[in-house]
Design a protein around this ligand. Structure first.
Ligand SMILES: [Zn+2]
Length: 62
């Protein structure tokens, strides 16, 4: 089964993640390449931090 990054559409091969290579596999699994995974994690962390910061300031009532 071929793994394709759902963000940048890179496909996972034995040599690593390759951009712009159309998959010949019929069974494709969508995931994240390491680049997009860390980027997504950073974004998610930023959202959580922003949300937490908002909650804190509201809880403090300042
Ligand atoms: Zn990617």
């Amino acid at each position: 089964m071929q793994t394709v990054c759902c963000v940048c559409q890179k496909t996972k091969s034995q040599a690593g993640w390759i951009q712009g290579q159309s998959s010949k596999e019929t069974r494709v699994s969508h995931g994240y390449c390491p680049d997009c995974f860390s980027r997504t994690m950073e974004q998610a962390q930023g959202w959580l931090l922003a949300r937490n910061a908002g909650n804190h300031s509201m809880a403090l009532g300042r």
